[in-house]
Design a protein around this ligand. Structure first.
Ligand code: ADP
Ligand code: MG
Length: 594
């Protein structure tokens, strides 16, 4: 745990001037607080001279009172200046922690996001930020102040009474030891609680993100019940955790109470026996009271550091995930000249034990259109994932214009291809922003030209706000065909030499499909295109067809060539002509329509 703690401190060390600032002002506050008992003693000593009918030096009393006022004023001022620095520290910590997390997540491989819920990832961030800022504040506010106040108080007390100083000094090790003892079991409970919270938030975000599905299946109640159950479990876990913590807290404060009983008893006894004056007694009582504060602050630091370790575990686990660029950090830049794509004996499975591609080889010739045909789940989308470098083959190689894509930077690899996904996946914001997503510096004319080529300009122009129309989260305010045409415009504007169309028209009705198809034809011109199509007509118009079977290439050839063989394509053609129900069924397995 010391190591985890050190990591948190290291992680934010660039903010050290703020830590020092907060610490310095908290010491000033402590110093002004320490002055008060000394001045109170002076006042009491002066005033008690009355009892012995001695002359009281009124000016000393007045100066002491004014001194207390000045000390109070200083305390007020210093604590607020420290507060300003503390706010800055907190805001900057937030920025640093969130920024690094986001930057790191964006670099993580696709695989990470296959298993992690986005809501969970967010919840981890928020929890860690809250905890680290609390810890950093607690630490900088209390640590120096603790050392300063303790040493100063103990020294002053020992000047008047070393037994009292000694009794108080024993408190620290006992108190810290008792605080640390709570931690192990407490952390276990906390880890459980955090897991519940993450799971609940993860599902929450998912349900809200797809609220239409939740509603249409009438599952609002069940989603809520799941959510409630997680929080119920958190309540159940909080009970033993809280009992544990407060049980321990009671014990350590009991030790404190007993020692203070001894301290007060001793001070009063000595005073009654005439060994101190009234002023000294008041001074000792006040310092004894003052010293409680640093005891609490040190145990607060210990306590907060336990919490920080427990609550930032997931954050740092995510930060420890290897980024995808770590493999290709020293990679060169992919230089696309012709746009030839070559798969050689590619073996890949999302799980190593379940290969999807089992030694697949094919070549996409520059500037040609190739259709990929294979049953659903055969690995068509997987091929596009590999080509984009989202996953890495376990064996074999993929080359673009003779350069192995595993050896080049991810950025240059992804700049080589435009993809139109089956799900258009737009962002909230305006239509303009969405089309220009891949090239934010594109001119207005370029954006509009892309929209025209994508058959999107016409419908965009009908919106009251035109290109400035907001389309809602993931483009929810648009129809499927509209979304798809914006996605095509986006791909057009990117103007990459390789084009991948993964079932780009499968969710469309025939009218919008016609418009989209037209747009796609324009998009494909002069590019190496890989089409995963669901319409036989689309497949018939390509240069080359590749059919997949059991993770390998089954056939490759022009539509005319393959029509003469006995392969899947020929069979599909026959089935289409037969128009029987069983034919339609067979076509469906290939995600194909006539
Ligand atoms: P399709 O040819 O229909 O596009 P895919 O390439 O999407 O098929 O999927 C191929 C196989 O890989 C399927 O069996 C699918 O279940 C599996 N698969 C796809 N994506 C993932 C993933 N992210 N994690 C694990 N398995 C996956
Ligand atoms: Mg697919």
């Amino acid at each position: 745990t010391m190591k985890s703690l050190w990591r948190i401190v290291q992680f934010t060390r660039e903010l050290w001037p703020y830590y020092v600032g907060v610490a310095a002002f908290s010491v000033l506050v402590a110093a002004t607080t320490q002055v008060q008992p000394l001045l109170t003693k002076t006042i009491v000593d002066e005033v008690t001279k009355l009892v012995g009918s001695h002359e009281v030096r009124t000016n000393v009393v007045i100066w002491a009172v004014l001194g207390i006022f000045v000390a109070d004023l200083g305390q007020n001022l210093f604590s607020n200046i420290g507060g300003i620095i503390g706010d800055q520290l907190q805001a900057r910590l937030r920025k640093t922690l969130s920024e690094r997390y986001f930057a790191h997540l964006l670099k993580l491989p696709q695989r990470y996001f296959d298993t992690e819920l986005s809501g969970k990832v967010l919840n981890q961030l928020n929890r860690s930020i809250d905890q680290i800022t609390t810890f950093a504040q607690a630490f900088s506010n209390n640590f120096l102040q603790f050392i300063f106040s303790t040493v100063l108080s103990l020294v002053i007390i020992s000047l008047y009474s070393w037994p009292v100083a000694l009794m108080l000094a024993t408190l620290y090790p006992i108190f810290i030891w008792l605080t640390m003892r709570t931690s192990g079991k407490w952390r276990e409970y906390q880890t459980d609680i955090n897991q519940q919270a993450d799971a609940a938030t993860g599902r929450f975000a998912e349900a809200i993100g797809q609220v239409k599905v939740v509603k249409s299946f009438g599952q609002e109640r069940r989603e809520l019940t799941h959510f409630q159950r997680r929080y119920q479990r958190m309540i159940e876990l909080t009970w033993p955790q809280s009992k544990l913590w407060h049980g321990q807290d009671f014990k350590r404060k009991l030790v404190l109470n007993v020692i203070f009983l001894a301290v007060y008893g001793y001070i009063c006894l000595e005073a009654v026996n005439g060994r101190y004056g009234l002023g000294t007694m008041v001074l000792l009582l006040q310092y004894a009271a003052l010293i409680r504060m640093p005891i609490f602050s040190i145990s607060f630091i210990v306590d907060q550091s336990q919490r920080a370790v427990a609550n930032t575990r997931d954050y740092f686990a995510a930060m420890d995930e290897a980024t995808e660029s770590s493999a290709t950090e020293h990679g060169g830049t992919l230089d696309v000249t012709r746009g030839q794509v070559k798969f050689t004996e590619v073996v890949f499975g999302y799980e190593v034990k379940q290969p999807v591609l089992r030694g697949l080889s094919f070549t996409l010739e520059p500037g040609t259109k190739t259709a990929l045909v294979g049953e659903s789940g055969e690995g068509k989308t997987t091929i596009t994932n590999l080509l984009l470098g989202l996953y890495v083959p376990q064996n074999g190689s993929i080359a673009i214009d003779g350069q192995d894509i595993s050896q080049v930077s991810r950025a240059s690899l992804r700049a080589a291809s435009s993809v139109v996904f089956q799900e258009p996946a737009l962002f909230s914001g305006t239509i303009y922003e969405n089309i220009a997503y891949g090239r934010p510096d594109a001119s207005k004319a370029e954006v509009e030209a892309a929209a025209r080529a994508a058959n999107a300009h016409e419908f965009i122009a009908k919106f009251e706000k035109g290109y400035k129309a907001e389309i809602g989260e993931r483009g929810l305010k648009l129809s499927g065909g509209q979304k798809q045409r914006i996605a095509i415009a986006r791909a057009l504007l990117k103007d990459a030499p390789i084009l991948i169309l993964d079932e780009a028209t499968s969710s469309l009705d025939s009218k919008s499909e016609h418009l989209v198809q037209e747009a796609l034809e324009r998009l494909m011109k002069g590019r190496t295109t890989l089409i995963i199509a669901h319409r036989l007509s689309t497949i018939q118009s390509v240069d080359t067809i590749i059919t997949l079977k059991n993770g390998r290439l089954e056939e490759q050839g022009s539509p005319d060539e393959l029509a003469q063989t006995s392969g899947i394509y020929a069979e599909l053609l026959k089935l289409q002509q037969g128009h029987t129900t069983s034919a339609a069924k067979r076509l469906k397995r290939y995600e194909l329509q006539a």
